[in-house]
Design a protein around this ligand. Structure first.
Ligand code: AKG
Length: 279
């Protein structure tokens, strides 16, 4: 069995801060690496969640399993970044732009409004939050998906650093940024389907030994025995972010007939006064 090696956080920093509603100060602390993650409860109202989910299932660019989603994929709207080449990724982002905007039609609270609010909050502190860009073209702001159970998980243990550092994205400014975080807005979830995070950011020798140098997906569960972990229960309306270099997974849903649908994006610091976001 491969012994996982890499970086880990101090026991004090390996925690998820929890708040009722948004707290931008805590959000910024996660981006600065102070905490492993944070979850903000009840940020999106129930009616908005239902509307966004309805827009998702009727999106003209909804992809299902027949369109090449992995076996556990139920639906996906957006531009996949894993395995993408930068030019194709940006071309697809431009083509999909109005369909991504349309996901939020009719919703009173939604991720674009949240990001506008955070942009204004940071601007007051002299910090710019913007979409990652390359030669005048911007990355997609959000993607959305619904996954079903696959064995013990909805999403198997993985980290997202490897994908974001992939060769095909060479030259993209996100690769000069630090402290990558995933952001997730939960729109539907039954019991189960919590986020599990292990206190380990594997190093490149470990990724090579496991053959995970391309996509960072598939850390064997037994190799995580003894690594400290935490599980965060997730409910519709919650928004959370976390250090995506830490191995993380989504536990299986108790009832797989229930949809677990979310909007996802990523954030990282390009400079002390510029934060990038992309999906
Ligand atoms: O759906 C979630 O809660 C986490 C998603 C995830 O694993 C990821 O974004 O890499």
């Amino acid at each position: 069995m491969v012994i996982l090696r890499g970086g880990s956080r101090s026991p004090e920093a390996f925690r998820f801060v929890e708040r009722d509603g948004i707290d931008w100060r805590v959000w910024t602390e996660v981006l600065h690496g102070v905490h492993a993650g944070a979850i903000f409860r009840g940020v999106l109202d129930g009616d908005s969640c239902r509307r966004i989910v309805g827009n998702f299932w009727s999106s003209p660019i909804l992809r299902g399993r027949r369109d090449g989603l992995p076996a556990h994929g139920r639906g996906f709207v957006g531009t996949p970044i894993a395995g993408a080449r930068l030019d194709d990724y940006l071309t697809s982002a431009a083509a999909n732009g109005r369909h991504i905007d349309a996901l939020f039609a009719g919703a009173r609270t939604h991720p674009p409004a949240l990001m506008d609010d955070y942009t204004a909050h940071l601007a007051a502190e002299g910090v710019t939050l913007r979409l990652a860009a390359h030669r005048g073209r911007t990355s997609p702001p959000f993607k959305m998906r619904s996954w079903q159970n696959s064995g013990a998980f909805v999403v198997a243990p993985h980290e997202d650093h490897t994908v974001l550092r992939q060769e095909g994205l060479a030259g993209f400014e996100i690769q000069r940024a630090v402290r990558f975080c995933n952001v997730v807005a939960c729109l539907s979830n039954g019991p189960g389907g919590g986020l599990r995070v292990w206190n380990l950011s594997p190093d490149s020798a470990t990724r090579r030994a496991l053959g995970l140098q391309d996509d960072g997906v598939g850390y064997p569960l037994e190799s995580l025995d003894g690594v400290a972990s935490l599980t965060v229960p997730v409910a519709p309306g919650d928004v959370y972010l976390f250090d995506n270099s830490l191995i993380h997974a989504v536990d299986s849903k108790d009832d797989d007939a229930q949809d677990r649908t979310n909007v996802l994006w990523s954030m990282a610091s390009l400079t002390p006064d510029t934060i990038l976001r992309w999906a």
